[in-house]
Write a protein that binds this ligand. Sequence first.
Ligand SMILES: [Zn+2]
Ligand SMILES: [Zn+2]
Length: 138
Amino acid sequence: MLSSKASCLCGNVKITAGKINPKFTVCHCESCRSWGGGPFFAVQCGTDVAIEGHENIKSYESSAWASRGFCSNCGTHLYYKLKNSGEYNMPVGIFPNLKGLEMSMQYFCDQRPDYYCFSNETKEMTRAEIMEYFAKHI
Ligand SMILES: [Zn+2]
Ligand SMILES: [Zn+2]
């Protein structure tokens, strides 16, 4: 597990995540691609997350189970947060100093459009597999 600091573009929001899993996931779902214009590269940060400048964050409830936060000044995407567990998934690119990162999973591979693909070898889950998995584990 890695510890790291992140900041939005304008610096109004600063984040310290204490336990980042270096095996990150890429999500191809339609919500993620609409949100960011492309797939979402996300590191799992758990709940050990300290945020400075909370008042600058706007949070959007993107589904019944999660919200997406961004800086209201510069628009930097900051997190996808699960409501029940309080766990954060954060964009890998906002952490400049992470080491040993490995793309290990691609979510919603069946929603991945045909205009890109990664050469990384990763595990993949379809929408149906994800729904089945989370029905059992949450
Ligand atoms: Zn900002
Ligand atoms: Zn997604």
